[in-house]
Design a protein around this ligand. Structure first.
Ligand code: PLP
Length: 531
């Protein structure tokens, strides 16, 4: 394809995306396709002859779009949001346009340096401790990882390697194998699945400690587990705390966890994948408590801050711990600039060698919204969730299951779990809005998360309308079923009465009694015996 055709194709694709976004409310949020739909529709072989971009774009519309779950629809309330904004889409386009790989400074100086700049911007915007900033010129700093899962895995593996080094020095009699076999890590049973997975991938068992009735993990629970494990000769290595758990957006007690971690030299990582955005708001300043005592922290810009997937910010108090753990070099990666400045070599901070130029979309988006626009985006998610919460509180048939957390409301229909489960199933089958289920303490509930690119109050009201309408229908069907069941039961009872009466009424000479009895027999289908 030549540049001229690229211009046409690219512009048409931008128009296509803008049309898609503008009309996204017209589509059901969930697609109406069955498994295998696309595999059946498309050819089995790649085309031998080149095809026209217009045909390809038309097929995107015809085959691909109908098979999408519309994450940017304001009627999407499942999981957590995935960030998206026009500036970020353009930033992503520019990054792909340059197609550079920034594994070291020379491989693309702008790629590394822009990442240093935007990570410091974000750290200051969140008012994080100074040791997380590159500009502090200490060992700390921020890096962009692909996902929270990667950030957590990096932290777990670095903590593991640091623990092995420390114990080797402290207890030279223990072999490395023995040390590794004794390492143990901790998190809450409310933490994201990626925490447990990081433990599996890093071969470091993670104990999922029970959160309290408010879904919070605190120091007391951790201290108890650490004590048990020390008694068994195990080596507590890392604790992963959550700020904004996935089921209910609960926040672990970072300060008391830090007390325990400091005492036992346990690495403390905070997974703030979703709710970290609250750090942008001074009215949530209390959430910063304890963050000056954590070793590492991750926040998904691609969730609640307008940046397209993938883009996870990760800060380290001492990046040397990661670099020492992961540093594997080759002659072709070296150049005269390495180690000559305090500019980081980000390839040592991550799992892959290659790295995308993710900082570009962050820079573009941050500049176009400004700190002010970013704050108002976070506040809008909170405001809309509050509106939904008010709807729930205003209807006695529903109850909240947990405190509202940022843009997430957890609610259920009062009474047995089945009502909530049936309601959600019914709503999902209708595809007008999309929410998912969770449970805590034996109670099933529905998560309503404010998502989509430009959600509005009317969208929240639309969701509430759909929820209550479907509950009304469900309840009236249940009532009809109940009535039917009641009348079947009553008929059976009356039938017994008739049979009983039949046996006991000896004197049927009375014409009225006779009439009455034969009437009852007819009504209840009981055969009248000749006397
Ligand atoms: C979404 C989420 C994750 C997983 O994020 P990925 O970037 O998809 O790996 C982890 N932890 C929490 C608290 C989350 O909300």
């Amino acid at each position: 394809m030549d540049a001229e055709t690229f211009r046409e194709f690219g512009k048409a694709a931008v128009d296509f995306i803008a049309d898609y976004m503008e009309n996204i409310r017209d589509c059901d949020v969930l697609p109406s396709v069955s498994p295998g739909y696309l595999i059946d529709l498309l050819p089995n072989e790649l085309p031998e002859k080149p095809q026209q971009w217009k045909d390809v774009l038309e097929d995107v519309n015809k085959f691909i779009k109908p098979g999408l779950t519309h994450w940017q629809s304001p009627n999407f309330h499942a999981f957590y949001p995935t960030g998206c904004s026009y500036p970020s889409i353009v930033g992503e386009m520019l990054s792909t346009g340059f197609s550079v790989i920034g594994f070291n400074w020379l491989a693309s100086p702008a790629c590394t340096e822009l990442e240093v700049v935007v990570m410091d911007w974000l750290a200051k915007f969140f008012k994080l401790p100074a040791h997380f900033l590159h500009s502090t010129k200490g060992p700390g700093g921020g890096v962009i990882q692909g996902s929270a899962s990667e950030a957590v895995l990096v932290a777990v593996m670095a903590a593991r390697e640091q623990a092995v080094r420390r114990i080797k020095a402290e207890q030279p009699k223990l072999s490395e194998g023995e040390i590794r076999a004794r390492l143990i890590a901790y998190s809450s049973d409310q933490s994201n699945s990626c925490i447990e997975k990081a433990g599996v991938l890093a071969t470091l068992p993670i104990r999922l400690l029970p959160a309290d009735k408010n879904q919070v993990l605190s120091g007391a629970q951790l201290a108890k587990a650490v004590k048990e494990d020390l008694a068994k000769g195990l080596i507590p290595t890392i604790c992963i705390a959550t700020m904004g758990a996935t089921a209910t957006c609960a926040h672990d007690d970072i300060e008391t966890l830090a007390d325990v971690c400091e005492k036992h030299q346990i690495w403390l990582h905070v997974d703030a994948a979703y709710a970290g955005a609250l750090l942008a708001l001074d009215e949530y300043a209390h959430l910063r408590r304890g963050l000056d005592r954590v070793d590492s922290l991750n926040y998904n810009l691609h969730k609640s801050l307008l940046i397209n997937f993938d883009c996870t910010a990760m800060w380290l108090r001492d990046a040397n711990e990661i670099v020492q753990s992961f540093n594997v070099d080759r002659i072709y990666l070296q150049n005269k600039y390495e180690g000559q400045s305090d500019i980081p070599e980000f390839r040592h901070w991550q799992i892959p060698l290659g790295r995308r130029f993710r900082a570009l979309k962050v820079w573009v988006t941050f500049r176009i919204y400004g700190a002010e626009g970013l704050r108002s985006h976070v506040r809008n998610q909170i405001r809309l969730a509050e509106r939904f919460e008010q709807h729930v509180l205003g209807d006695h048939r529903f109850e909240l299951v947990a405190k509202r957390g940022m843009g997430l409301v957890c609610f259920r229909v009062r009474g047995e779990n089945k009502l909530t489960v049936d309601l959600l199933q019914r709503i999902t089958e209708r595809k007008k809005i999309f929410m998912v289920q969770a449970n805590f303490g034996g109670k099933s509930f529905i998560r309503f998360a404010v998502c989509g690119m430009q959600p509005k109050e009317a969208d929240v009201d639309f969701a509430w309308q759909e929820i209550t309408t479907q509950l009304n229908k469900l309840k009236s069907e249940l009532a009809t079923d109940e009535e039917d069941e009641l009348s079947t039961r009553n008929k059976a009872k009356l039938r017994k009465v008739v049979i009983c009466a039949d046996k006991h009424i000896k004197d049927d000479s009375d014409a009225i009694s006779q009439q009455l009895i034969s009437g009852l027999h007819k009504s209840f289908g009981v055969e009248q015996k000749a006397k």
